[in-house]
Design a protein around this ligand. Structure first.
Ligand code: GAR
Length: 207
């Protein structure tokens, strides 16, 4: 039986697209392997993001679920997370893939999906934690502090961008790189490891 995925995005959704391409019938990009999974829901905490457009184009149910109304009503993050659990549970996903989801999930969410939430981070384990993973690595290279960076997918724990690693890729930074060319190389690596890690996490659930 194919693995049911809920993919959470906050932006362009290029990693969502990599997953959709790998699960779709037909031609796959070179070096990409098929993923026996089905995206049953795409969630975004931001309204006008291309990730939602990609989902709609693929005919996948979407959920726009912003935190702001909760804040304005004086409700805490845990309440938001608990309500998100209810919404997402209705789709009965086997695995939740945080693919550029810029919102920290509390135990109110994570405890309801133990070992079933994985997160993509645009840096190697233990490095450049937070939202500026690519920029900070580029700056660190310019300052002579690192020679390479990378990306990883890990099981999600309450600590940000930490947790058991499922897949990782090292990405070199080259002397004539601009931030954009380096970012492109990171994204290309991400598109490979997000598919690989999703496959591994799905296989682990079946084992
Ligand atoms: C990716 O680079 C991902 O690693 C990053 O957001 C981008 C989403 O791109 N996530 C984080 O920084 C989380 N700490 P996409 O919307 O094109 O898939």
């Amino acid at each position: 039986m194919s693995c049911k995925l809920a993919v959470f995005v906050s932006g362009s959704g290029s990693n969502l697209q990599a997953i959709l391409d790998a699960t779709a019938q037909g031609q796959l990009p070179i070096a990409q392997e098929r993923l026996d999974a089905e995206v049953v829901l795409v969630v975004s905490n931001r309204k006008k993001v291309f990730g939602l457009t990609r989902a709609e184009k693929a005919g996948i149910p979407t959920l726009y679920f912003p935190l702001k109304p909760y804040r304005e009503a004086g409700k805490n993050r845990e309440t938001y997370d608990a309500d998100l659990v209810e919404k997402v549970s209705a789709y009965q996903p086997d695995l939740i893939v945080l693919a550029g989801w810029m919102h920290i999930l509390s135990p109110a969410f994570l405890d309801r999906f133990p070992d079933r939430v994985i997160n993509l981070h645009p840096a190697l384990p233990g490095t450049f934690v937070g939202v500026g993973g690519i920029e900070w690595a580029y700056d660190a290279y310019q300052n002579g502090e690192i020679t390479h960076s990378g990306c990883m997918v890990h099981y999600t724990v309450p600590e940000v961008d930490a947790g058991p690693v499922i897949a990782r890729a090292t990405v070199p930074i080259l002397p004539d790189d601009t931030l954009d060319t380096f970012a492109e190389r990171i994204h290309a690596a991400e598109h490979r490891i997000i598919v690989k890690a999703t496959r591994k996490a799905c296989e682990r659930l079946r084992a």
